[in-house]
Design a protein around this ligand. Structure first.
Ligand SMILES: *[C@@H]1O[C@H](CO)[C@@H](O)[C@H](O)[C@H]1NC(C)=O
Ligand SMILES: *[C@@H]1O[C@H](CO)[C@@H](O)[C@H](O)[C@H]1NC(C)=O
Ligand SMILES: *[C@@H]1O[C@H](CO)[C@@H](O)[C@H](O)[C@H]1NC(C)=O
Ligand SMILES: *[C@@H]1O[C@H](CO)[C@@H](O)[C@H](O)[C@H]1NC(C)=O
Length: 507
């Protein structure tokens, strides 16, 4: 074939766009709930947050400060007044300029240091300070939009270590004193095991000579003896999220790496679309995020491309979809009262090495019943019909007063309030919603673009409520993707996410 001229190439692009718009019109009953549909906006908004075992800061890392940082910029084209480009050779070499909205000084803010909007009660409290800092960074990144402004994609880190002798985490939302450690349940190497990680930042920029590719990164480690130059090659913990995009083309690609170590065997790394106001999943302070509309079951879909490169070992609970909400056991929405609010999580784990713990002889980790897509309900004691292999685990909130026996309570320490978790596995019963039906689907070597009917699936799941109460509205303030490497040192997970979008019906 003859070489295509630039002109016909351009024509193809234009036709491609027309075709794309035509497709969108056909589906016009759905609109995007996120500020940056499919991650296509060149002027990126991304932030990072880091949590300890109970979703607080607890102890800052002195080098990093309060563990909230953001990379938000606007990109402008350089126009030379003269079309003859000889007068401005640099303009041709660097035709774009990036104007960053968040400075290094903003990102390094440490408890005690003032900033605009900081509440007096937060200034010397590491937990409240980080919550206020998130709002401050949000105000710098905010983009006006309808029906709500939005701020950023959120990269979330969490360290599962827990120092039980420091009495840092409440039990089911109630303050408790120190207790004797059980290292199997609560990993901790000693003093400082819950400390926040180092956060290094490469601001997004164009890297000459490639003047059309934008690239930036957050990375670091929890280990104090971390050697920056060794990355995943060392035996220390490590995380890295790199974002990259060609200007004017396609999606941002977020490339994630997470490594556990002997001292930090339980680590989590997610990319989240959090609500732009109110609480987000598992977080009891006002949050900032990307979901300008909070998706609600049963009417929403989630689309993204996921490429898992390294799995993270047998205990890597890789979540194809992880979502967080909050409602009280009486079905009312959460209001920040940690003794009666209950975080609700639902996750599909796609690591084929993750077994179904739910079995006919282990009913306590199964939900009381399963609802098929046609509405038929089967009880977990109906051994011929209940799809045991579809469930890894169900655990109930510690505050539930009317549980059907046998039951299994969720970890009472790992959230600021009690929690309930439903973890599902690839299985034919989820096929109807576009989810994987077989172990291995979507895993290493099977990169895919998913369109999941998350709304209908999450409506069908069992969640605990007190008998006789009106069913809660299932509004999902956090929709995320990523992995939790559960108590397994020296494991490496690596994956990319792109094209992320949440679709909701047009009102
Ligand atoms: C980790 O690597 C360092 C440097 O190679 C070595 O000195 C140290 O003994 C290693 N630690 C463990 C626990 O393997
Ligand atoms: C929080 O919830 C608990 C349990 O329902 C209740 O006893 C308490 O009064 C509530 N606190 C506030 C401040 O509303
Ligand atoms: C609903 O689906 C389940 C599982 O496929 C099947 O066993 C059941 O008979 C169906 N119920 C109705 C009413 O079609
Ligand atoms: C199964 O559980 C239901 C609800 O608790 C109960 O009514 C029924 O008797 C149980 N069936 C068997 C065979 O245990």
């Amino acid at each position: 074939m003859a070489k295509q001229t630039p002109c016909s190439f351009l024509l193809v692009l234009v036709l491609g766009e027309l075709f794309f718009e035509g497709v969108v019109n056909v589906q016009s009953e759905y609109i995007s709930a996120v500020g940056d549909p499919e991650m296509r906006r060149d002027s990126l908004r991304v932030a990072i947050e880091s949590w300890n075992q109970c979703n607080e800061v607890g102890e800052e890392n002195l080098q990093t400060g309060s563990p909230r940082a953001a990379d938000c910029f606007d990109i402008y084209r350089v126009y030379s007044p003269q079309t003859n480009s000889d007068s401005c050779s640099i303009c041709n070499e660097m035709p774009y300029v990036l104007v960053h909205r968040v400075t290094d000084a903003d990102n390094k803010l440490t408890t005690g240091e003032p900033f605009l909007g900081l509440q007096p009660k937060s200034q010397f409290d590491v937990d409240l300070y980080a919550a206020d800092k998130e709002l401050y960074l949000g105000s710098k990144c905010e983009v006006d939009d309808t029906p709500n402004p939005w701020q950023f994609w959120m990269i979330m880190l969490k360290n599962g270590n827990m120092d039980t002798t420091a009495a840092r985490c409440p039990k089911n939302g109630q303050k408790v004193g120190p207790f004797r450690p059980d290292y199997n349940a609560f990993p901790c190497f000693g003093d400082g095991c819950m400390k926040q990680p180092y956060i290094y930042h490469d601001y997004t920029k164009l890297r000459w000579p490639d003047t059309t590719t934008l690239k930036g990164r957050f990375f670091g480690s929890w280990d104090s003896n971390w050697d920056v130059s060794r990355g995943t090659m060392g035996n220390t913990s490590y995380y890295s999220v790199t974002w990259e995009k060609k200007i004017g083309e396609g999606s941002w690609v977020f490339h994630h790496v997470l490594r556990t170590s002997t001292k930090y065997p339980w680590l989590m790394l997610y990319l989240r679309s959090d609500s732009t106001h109110g609480f987000s999943g598992g977080y009891h302070y006002s949050t900032r995020g990307m979901s300008k509309i909070i998706p609600e079951s049963p009417n929403f879909k989630v689309r993204f491309t996921l490429n898992v490169i390294k799995g993270g070992g047998p205990h890597s609970q890789f979540y194809l979809m992880d979502m967080g909400s909050c409602w009280k056991n009486n079905g009312l929405p959460c209001d920040g009262n940690v003794t009666s609010d209950v975080t609700r999580y639902s996750e599909m784990i796609i690591n084929p090495q993750t077994p179904a713990w739910c079995k006919p002889e282990k009913l306590d980790v199964c939900p009381p019943y399963h609802t098929f897509s046609n509405g038929t309900r089967v009880h977990r004691n109906d051994t011929s019909r209940f799809p045991y292999a579809a469930y890894h685990l169900h655990c109930s909130p510690g505050t539930a007063e009317h549980l059907e026996a046998p039951s299994n309570l969720c970890d009472p320490y790992s959230n600021p309030q009690p929690q309930e978790i439903v973890q599902i596995l690839p299985h034919p019963v989820w096929g109807e919603y576009g989810y994987p039906t077989k172990q291995g689907e979507g895993w290493i070597g099977d990169s895919r673009t998913w369109e999941l009917d998350v709304g209908r699936l999450s409506q069908s799941l069992y969640f605990y409520q007190d008998p006789g109460t009106r069913p809660a509205r299932r509004q999902w303030m956090s929709i995320d993707l990523g992995t939790e490497i559960f108590k397994d040192p020296d494991q490496v997970a690596e994956w990319t996410v792109s094209d992320f979008n949440i679709l909701v019906p047009e009102q």
